[in-house]
Design a protein around this ligand. Structure first.
Ligand SMILES: *Cc1c(COP(=O)(O)O)cnc(C)c1O
Length: 232
């Protein structure tokens, strides 16, 4: 797995540079988060060996088991990108360095309490819903108020916006959705606009993405069955 992840990462970096430059942007502005959900721990190891600095996981128990097997400290930032449940927020605050999926005040406050108890300042993004196919994320007009409420929490650093693009082949529709995310990011402020996945990172980079979250392009298709320890 090592060699193929390394080659795929190198190719992706080259392509991201090309698309960024064509859009008049510097490739240095764009971080690639390797999404290892449903992939074995070897995928995480291979990613880090390839020089990847940021790892994304969707499921708390699966991630915790994987990270424990790899041994702490992991030489990469750990991003939680799955749906954030209030009753798991404390554990998420413990396991992860960045939580990208805060879409409600209650879940954010639970995260803040968890971070506070750990004496940790947790970087978070507000997840915004820009697509009729996405079940989660706050409505764009509500994002500012959510960001403001979470900025009152000393243990949180509200650093921008995360969004998932619509499931469609229509590039124009994807771009319009990402523009909504970019406008919301402008209003909220911060350093991170996390938009773009394997199928739509080009549109995302053209719309100002500073962080693309890539699974399939780096590791191939995910195994159909969830790993042991994965939640429903
Ligand atoms: C699974 C997932 C990704 C990666 O998806 P790919 O299409 O495999 O690149 C990115 N972001 C989120 C929130 C995900 O759930």
């Amino acid at each position: 797995m090592d060699a193929s992840v390394r080659a795929r990462f190198a190719r992706l970096q080259a392509q991201v540079s090309e698309v960024a430059r064509a859009a008049g942007r510097s490739p240095d502005e764009i971080t690639i988060v390797a999404v290892t959900k449903k992939q074995p721990e070897e995928a995480v190891r291979a990613a880090i060996a390839a020089g990847i600095t940021d790892i994304g996981e969707n499921y708390l128990q699966e991630a915790r088991a994987k990270f424990a097997a790899l041994g702490e400290p992991l030489e990469a930032r750990k991003h939680f990108i799955g749906h954030l449940q209030t009753n798991k927020a404390k554990a998420v605050a413990q396991v992860f360095d960045v939580v990208q999926s805060v879409d409600r005040v209650e879940a954010g406050r639970a995260l803040a309490r968890g971070a506070d108890a750990l004496g940790k300042k947790l970087r978070i993004l507000v997840q915004v819903n820009i697509s009729p196919t996405d079940r989660f994320g706050c409505a764009p007009p509500e994002a500012e108020r959510l960001a403001e409420a979470l900025r009152a929490e000393e243990s949180l650093l509200v650093d921008g916006v995360m969004a998932i693009g619509p499931i469609t082949q229509d590039s124009g529709e994807i771009q319009r959705a990402f523009e909504v995310a970019a406008k919301t990011f402008e209003r909220i402020g911060g350093n991170t606009l996390s938009i773009g996945m394997s199928g739509d990172w080009r549109e995302a980079v053209r719309c100002g993405s500073t962080m693309i979250r890539i699974g399939t392009l780096l590791f191939g298709p995910r195994p159909a069955a969830p790993l042991a320890g994965a939640e429903k």
